[in-house]
Design a protein around this ligand. Structure first.
Ligand code: DAH
Length: 339
């Protein structure tokens, strides 16, 4: 009997399971209901009294050896699961495929940030507009020749409903609903019936600015735009104002910034003039203030409007405006590192 236990003890100590399934078989074989240990304990009764002590000790030793083997096997298989599943959990994660903001959104956000710092709020208006907000209130009555400056898409042959041709329509809505002091910036999409080319599109984006208060002067306009140009294009940037005409401002001007490529020396980007046109502006015409319910005898103000595509083209040296609308990831991915 004692010999039988010794044989089993050798068997157990030399046993090495290859996988958790084998280990479980081993457990059943020895410790299961019909297992070898139960047989031995059953045989214990038959053992003569004088041998009981030695036999009991041998049995306990065997049981302990079995338990040790089970514990050892369990621990080693749980360590191995990481390797055997083929996963290395200590490897650094691969970077997520992050998208990037569209360059036009980047530029719009930057313009908004720059004006936010000097107290401008953001406002929006509808893209489908009526004649009053897009034209008439802005000092462009019916048949006014300046309406031809912007080729308009009308909706369903209704000459009163159109796709806004500029974000100046938002100034009208804002003044109708707010009294001065007004400092607001209105970014948005605009539409014009134009042939698509490297320099023009039938859909594009503008930002409109409006500042109305007591004693707002042309000098305030100039200083505000100089601040914007320096923030947007760099500290060394200079601006130049040229007299111009817009029906909704008097006097009106077009604003150029010194070319950020050649620093004003002349290159093919600025066509050797040293300057690039970026926006239109002027003092809000008293008629416009009146049309919008603001007393022109008490208040004055300035307005400006710029194309976001134009600013983005200058800032990122993009030569073809159509790239902004094609959504080619090879183009868009180049703006990944900018926020
Ligand atoms: N609305 C003009 C355009 O689309 C841009 C503009 C010029 C806006 C002068 C203004 C302004 O507010 O004062 O061409």
């Amino acid at each position: 009997m004692l010999d039988k236990v010794k044989v089993l003890l050798d068997e157990v100590s030399s046993y090495s399971p290859k996988n958790p399934e084998e280990l479980e078989q081993f457990r059943i074989q020895y410790l299961g209901k019909k297992g070898k240990m139960n047989d031995l304990f059953a045989a214990f009764k038959e053992v003569p009294n004088d041998q009981k002590k030695a036999f009991g000790q041998a049995l306990n030793q065997l049981k302990q050896a079995i338990q040790d083997k089970l514990d050892e096997g369990k621990a080693s298989f749980s360590e191995n699961t990481q390797q055997s599943s083929g996963l290395d959990l200590s490897r650094p994660m691969s970077a997520d495929q992050l998208g990037s903001r569209h360059p036009l959104s980047l530029v719009r956000n930057e313009i908004a940030e720059i004006f936010k710092r000097i107290g401008f709020t953001l406002s929006e208006g509808p893209e489908i507009e009526d004649d009053w907000h897009n034209f008439t209130a802005l000092n462009l009555p019916d048949e006014h020749p300046a309406r031809d400056m912007q080729d308009t898409f009308f909706i369903q042959q209704n000459p009163d409903i159109l796709l806004r041709t500029h974000t100046s329509s938002v100034q009208v809505r804002f003044m109708e609903n707010n009294q001065p002091p007004i400092r607001t910036l209105s970014p948005g999409r605009v539409y014009r019936n134009e042939a698509i080319s490297a320099r023009a599109h039938c859909i594009f984006h503008q930002v409109e600015g409006l500042y109305i208060d007591n004693d707002v002067s042309f000098a305030d306009l100039k200083q505000t735009l100089l601040y914007f140009a320096k923030e947007m294009f760099g500290d060394k940037t200079e601006i130049r104002l040229r007299p111009s005409y817009f029906p909704f401002t008097e006097p009106s001007a077009e604003v150029d910034v010194s070319c950020n490529i050649c620093s004003g020396k002349g290159c093919n980007v600025c066509k050797y003039t040293g300057y690039l046109e970026i926006l239109g502006c002027g003092m809000v015409d008293p008629n416009v203030l009146k049309n919008c319910g603001i007393d022109p005898n008490v208040y004055t103000g300035f307005a400006f409007g710029m194309g976001i595509e134009r600013i983005a083209m200058l800032k990122y040296q993009v030569k073809d405006l159509r790239l902004f609308f094609e959504n080619d990831v090879r183009f868009l991915e180049q703006f990944k590192s900018t926020f």
